[in-house]
Design a protein around this ligand. Structure first.
Ligand code: UD2
Length: 238
């Protein structure tokens, strides 16, 4: 691995350049387990990739959607990626045949997840891991930035896709299979109070809440051995 968590296979030319983006705060054990497990799989899949860990470094309530938008934006400042994999830190893939690459539609990868008994918790479920090319992510204005706290941001993005007629695809549950790391709810990520109200305006809000309204402050960018750590702060009152 090159510093910053970049890998290029030496015995073939990868067909896509991947940015793996992980929203993060205070989950060091999960992150180390994730990287130990995940990097060898990506190498076996002969992929060219860079891992970005986007850390919310303030005392504000956690905001997963906003962090993923930051990852997308910051990764593009470094390279022209073909495919963006938006990946929770506590969900570990179990089948090497689950190739991490983008197709011609957005992809929901977390189909059979251990914590849901290896089946979808509900039919429109769209959490944990998704894959996008640049054009599609920009078409839906990325994730909403207004979901502080747990829940809703993933369903909101599902509605965006549906509204744009860009319905996502899934692989079979035998292939897209994931183990879950057990954890308690994080103290700075309580249930998002406004999430049900926000979901009602998801289709309308897509035009002005997302990549085009993203405001954050980069505190540091560190090239770690296995990943690029981008630490940011957000001001909820802006
Ligand atoms: C579910 C979804 C997740 C997201 C969330 C609602 C699954 C498997 N995952 O996750 O994608 O839609 O519901 O917001 O269905 N994180 C930190 N530090 C924190 C809090 C969160 O690093 O303090 C990151 C981390 O990458 C974690 C992710 O955010 O994996 C999702 O948060 P969660 O694990 O607390 O929520 P969970 O498992 O219910």
């Amino acid at each position: 691995m090159a510093p910053g968590g970049h890998f290029t296979p030496t015995d073939c030319k990868a067909t896509q350049k991947l940015a793996i983006i992980i929203p993060y705060r205070d989950r060091q054990k999960h992150l180390l387990n994730f990287l130990n497990h995940f990097i060898p799989v990506l190498k076996r899949q002969k992929l060219e990739f860079t891992i970005y860990v986007i850390e919310q470094g303030d005392n504000e309530t956690f905001n997963r959607g906003l962090l993923l938008n930051v990852g997308f934006t910051e990764a593009l400042k470094q390279d022209s990626y073909d495919c963006f994999i938006l990946h929770d830190v506590d969900t570990y893939l179990l089948n090497d045949k689950n190739i991490y690459r983008c197709g011609d539609k957005p992809l929901h990868l977390a189909v059979a997840v251990e914590k849901y008994g290896f089946r979808l918790p509900y039919t429109t479920y769209y959490g944990a891991i998704t894959a996008f090319n640049r054009k599609h992510y920009e078409m839906i204005n990325g994730f909403p930035n207004v979901y502080f706290g747990w829940g809703g941001e993933d369903d909101d993005q599902g509605i965006r896709l549906h509204t744009k007629g860009l319905n996502f695809v899934r692989r079979s549950p035998q292939i897209a299979r994931y183990a879950s790391a057990k954890h308690n709810r994080d103290p700075t990520n309580p249930d998002g109070k406004d999430r049900f109200g926000l979901l009602r305006s998801a289709a309308k809000r897509m035009a002005y809440d997302g990549l085009n309204s993203l405001i954050y402050n980069v505190t540091s960018i560190e090239l770690k051995k296995l990943y690029t750590l981008i630490t940011i702060t957000v001001d909820r009152n802006l």
